[in-house]
Design a protein around this ligand. Structure first.
Ligand code: MN
Length: 317
């Protein structure tokens, strides 16, 4: 259903076949959490579908561990069942999994060389690997702390920069936040507890303010979708370090994303927002006129509704 919502002509039968195949390949295997193994490739496929990837990539998500872990899977069988494209993708993901990444900073270049080599064949290999890593990072609970830390350091050094370069900002932010949680557990838990104290109020505000902005813009003829969230602790912590302030002094814990139809409406929405609320003149960033180095384009502004500070990111769908 999720895939059909953005690709109505997608080959759903292919996904069904990949699912049944993976289910057989992992039959009787379990995750560390005790869950059936199939829940992992299924979740990776879900992450890729959320990123609106094509069916081959999602099928690869379903099959990505079947070459390595499956008791009966051979490359030739995959090729016969799913074609050369998917077989090559699955093989590529399996090979990245076997790469030995080096942890020291000065060996970063070597790590990048390996990743770029894998990407140059088909970038989708790396996208599946990123989905795989995200799901594994989300489920590190049962692992001993030193292993979680090691995995997180590798993720921070290798996968976060690659996700950033590919412009996968949502995936990158979540990965980075998970790394922060396991590399600096004391700091993370402290910030989490402080946030908890302020959070119930925020949930309420996010809901109300998001609806309010959407209605105000609609009344000016701007149809948009508004998504609000509490910022990731990693980015809050970055701000504390950069500005040498305490958690309590970080006011803009909330970020709203406003999605509009076209470029003109981005600036129109910014104009309406600024006419409704005071804003920080030196926090206004036009990344549409001057994109970030990874190609990211958006308008950023910080407004001050109801004695709060709120970051707004305005861009097209
Ligand atoms: Mn996996």
């Amino acid at each position: 259903g999720m895939v059909q919502s953005y690709a109505p002509d997608a080959d759903i039968q292919l996904l069904m076949n990949a699912y049944f195949y993976a289910q057989q390949a992992h039959d009787g295997q379990f995750r560390k959490s005790g869950a059936d193994y199939i829940t992992h490739p299924l979740a990776v496929a879900g992450i890729l579908a959320e990123m609106k990837m094509d069916v081959e990539t999602i099928a690869t998500g379903l099959l990505h561990d079947s070459l390595e872990d499956g008791p009966f899977t051979r490359y030739s069988i995959l090729e016969e069942q799913f074609g050369a494209d998917i077989a090559l993708l699955v093989d590529g993901v399996t090979k990245i999994g076997k790469l030995q990444f080096k942890s020291k900073m000065e060996e970063q270049a070597e790590n990048f060389r390996k990743m770029v080599l894998a990407m140059s064949k088909d970038v989708r290999v790396v996208l599946v690997k990123l989905g795989d890593r995200l799901h594994n990072m989300r489920n590190m609970g049962p692992m001993p702390p030193h292993k979680r830390k090691k995995k997180s350091q590798e993720t921070q050094d290798i996968f976060v920069p690659i996700a950033n370069r590919l412009g996968l900002s949502k995936l990158k932010s979540e990965l980075e936040d998970l790394c922060f949680r396991y590399i600096e557990p004391e700091i993370y838990e402290d910030l989490e507890a402080r946030l908890e104290l302020r959070a119930p109020d925020h949930e309420d505000f996010i809901e109300k303010f998001g609806r309010h902005i959407q209605e105000e813009l609609a009344s000016k003829g701007i149809q948009c979708k508004v998504y609000g969230r509490v910022k990731y602790l990693r980015s809050v912590y970055n701000k504390m370090l950069a500005q040498k302030v305490s958690f309590e002094q970080v006011h803009d814990l909330l970020a709203f994303r406003v999605l509009v139809e076209d470029l003109g409406q981005c600036y129109a929405a910014l104009g309406v927002t600024h006419s409704l609320y005071p804003h920080h003149p030196n926090r206004l960033k036009d990344y549409i006129a001057q994109p970030k180095s990874n190609g990211y384009q958006s308008l950023h502004t910080v407004i001050l509704p109801e004695r709060r500070q709120v970051e707004m990111q305005i861009r097209t769908y």
